[in-house]
Design a protein around this ligand. Structure first.
Ligand code: ITT
Length: 205
């Protein structure tokens, strides 16, 4: 695999779709894992930064190219910040996105007067074929709705209303979400490093 490619080190189709759109104007070739080849990922821990770096590092090491990964989650004030970095596994194995969102709504409903204030967090990590690491964090503040709304996006989007909006994240178009989302903010902050990476690729290095 050419080192002048950037692989999206994620098994989550919703994330990959968003990362691909957010990287649409980067001139280096952006490829998914199904095009780049299988990667053995390490077990994830409970820290966004370490998780994001380890996912990108695994892909960069094993494929010999640039890799980008994100580790993200939803933090709910009334649940003491849960599910946070454990968002993908919240409620146990075997749940789909809708069941996980329903599980979170139930957990919140069981706590009387629990704060519905919440935020999405994303830490994105870029790793070079030589193992150099750059990272950036993005947050999107909002609140948890009482019932799901909307069909766009993925994960917890139908139960999250971003601050300043009266619709759920899943009622926004993908381009509207990209402008305000935790992932959009993290990728915007990482952009200068991606442009530098692109230039290194152009130099043949
Ligand atoms: P990879 O590690 O393979 O990228 P993953 O889904 O396991 O996929 P994470 O460990 O980072 O990724 O878990 C993030 C979870 O947080 C994700 O599965 C969703 O449940 C939730 N999440 C993250 N970003 C989200 C977004 O933009 N909208 C809704 N839910 C989101």
């Amino acid at each position: 695999m050419s080192r002048n490619r950037l692989v999206l080190a994620s098994s989550n189709a919703g994330k990959r779709r968003e990362l691909k759109a957010l990287l649409a104007d980067v001139s280096i070739e952006v490829v998914s894992l199904d095009e780049a080849g299988p990667v053995q990922f390490p077990e994830e821990g409970e820290e966004y930064l370490a998780n994001a770096v380890e996912k990108a590092r695994a892909a960069a090491n094993q494929l010999g190219c640039w890799a980008i990964a994100d580790d993200s989650g939803l933090e709910v004030e009334g649940l003491g910040g849960a599910p946070g970095p454990l968002s993908a596994r919240y409620g146990g194995p075997g749940l789909d996105d809708a069941a996980r969102a329903a599980y979170l709504l139930e957990a919140l409903a069981l706590r009387s007067n629990a704060s519905r204030k919440a935020r999405f967090v994303c830490v994105a990590a870029l790793v070079s074929p030589e193992g150099q690491v750059k990272s950036a964090r993005g947050e999107c503040p909002g609140r948890i709705l009482v019932a799901p709304k909307g069909i766009h996006g993925f994960g917890y989007d139908p139960i999250f209303e971003p601050d300043g909006f009266s619709v759920s994240m899943a009622e926004l178009s993908s381009s509207e979400k990209d402008l305000l989302s935790h992932r959009g903010v993290a990728l915007a902050a990482l952009r200068p490093e991606i442009v530098k990476m692109q230039n290194q690729g152009d130099d043949g290095g």
